[in-house]
Design a protein around this ligand. Structure first.
Ligand SMILES: NC(=O)c1ccc[n+]([C@@H]2O[C@H](COP(=O)([O-])OP(=O)(O)OC[C@H]3O[C@@H](n4cnc5c(N)ncnc54)[C@H](OP(=O)(O)O)[C@@H]3O)[C@@H](O)[C@H]2O)c1
Length: 323
């Protein structure tokens, strides 16, 4: 089958290890189901894997991809949940210390077919277009848990999203606006900030710019480059929800004094549960949210999508059409 896989890894030149070519079909496994993919999505996780972060070299070659939607063996339309618990795990799979994401231990979704535990299949609402279904499993699920499970917000709250163009950032803006939050964003790029306003943000600011008011919560995925600004932007008692550190995870100032003096909460957040993915899919349909897609490409041209992401050029998701 056609697949997009990491053959090698390079911290400085991630695309040098990317291959688009033939890989064996997935082997059947008891309790698992093979999904024939219709669409798949790209995440920064796939670029990290090519850089050698989170994917040990002895697991190569590895088919990349955490987002996907397709047809299960019984003919039903499904969205693939990418968090794979260890055998016998009960409860929230994101808390399983031995859980993996697709493409970390088991081959991922950037292929004609993927095999996952049958319990990881979420019904795709009939009204949800395939391209939109391809966006939800990772960046959108992460945004959903950050906003609705971990931020402790109620409608009317003001939320700052660090970064405007990314998959998680655009999802945060679209979900938060639909839920009645006032969404503010920062971006390195004024045009991306304006586009964030077009998809539902109330206001956009330059990276590091002083805000007119302090906010109730900050959604952080940029990391080192924005950490001080996130701490400084919060009201006393406010919350930073952090799920990523694209610019590095060691900020020059940890801001510990401000964190305790302002009694801030710092909440780590990773992916979401199967149940949250199911509710996310329903919410997107009920609110008629069209996830922002930067580029749609046939899977065979996946390299172009990776290049846009690695260069930081994106506004929204990269979606691949498979079959
Ligand atoms: N924990 C989890 O479960 C989970 C799930 C999904 C993603 N993540 C992580 O979250 C991060 C974002 O993922 P993604 O898929 O949304 O990636 P992406 O589409 O590549 O987005 C990158 C984002 O980071 C911003 N950015 C990058 N470098 C920056 C810098 N130096 N200064 C300021 N802003 C910068 C960009 O904003 P502008 O271009 O607008 O400035 C953009 O919003 C990644 O690190 C990813 O690994 C974690």
């Amino acid at each position: 089958m056609l697949a997009v896989y990491a053959a090698r890894q390079s911290a400085d030149d991630p695309l040098s290890g990317l291959e688009v070519g033939e890989r064996p079909d997935p082997a059947p496994r008891e309790g698992w189901t093979t999904v024939t993919l219709r669409t798949a999505g790209l995440n920064h996780h796939d670029v990290w894997s090519l850089r050698g972060v989170g994917l040990p070299a002895d697991r190569l070659p590895m088919i990349l991809g955490c987002d996907g939607a397709g047809i299960a063996e019984d003919g039903t339309e499904v969205i693939v949940h990418a968090v794979i618990p260890s055998d016998g795990w009960r409860g929230d799979e994101t808390l399983d210390p031995r859980r993996t994401l697709l493409s970390e231990l088991h081959d991922g979704t950037l292929a004609d077919k993927v095999t996952v535990p049958t319990t990881n299949l979420v019904p795709k609402p009939a009204e949800l277009p395939w391209e939109h279904a391809a966006c939800l499993s990772t960046a959108w699920l992460t945004a959903y848990r950050m906003l609705f499970t971990n931020a402790g917000l109620t409608p009317g709250a003001t939320v700052l999203v660090q970064g405007a163009g990314g998959g998680v950032s655009t999802a945060l803006v679209q979900l938060g606006a639909a839920a009645g939050y006032r969404m503010w964003v920062t971006s390195r790029d004024e045009e991306k900030g304006q586009r964030a306003v077009e998809i539902g943000a109330d206001r956009a600011f330059g990276s590091g710019e002083r805000l007119p008011d302090r906010v109730d919560a900050v959604m952080e995925t940029v990391g080192a480059a924005t950490w001080s600004h996130s701490v400084n932007s919060l009201k006393p008692g406010g919350t930073i929800v952090i799920s990523g550190a694209t610019s590095g995870d060691a900020p020059s100032k940890a801001e510990l004094t401000k964190i305790f003096f302002k009694q801030l909460r710092v909440v780590g957040s990773t992916m979401g549960s199967r149940g949250e993915l199911e509710r996310l899919a329903q919410f997107v349909v009920q609110q008629r949210i069209a996830p922002v897609i930067d580029t749609t490409l046939p899977l065979a041209q996946a390299r172009d999508g990776f290049a846009r992401m690695a260069a930081g050029e994106l506004f929204g998701k990269v979606v691949f059409t498979v079959s």
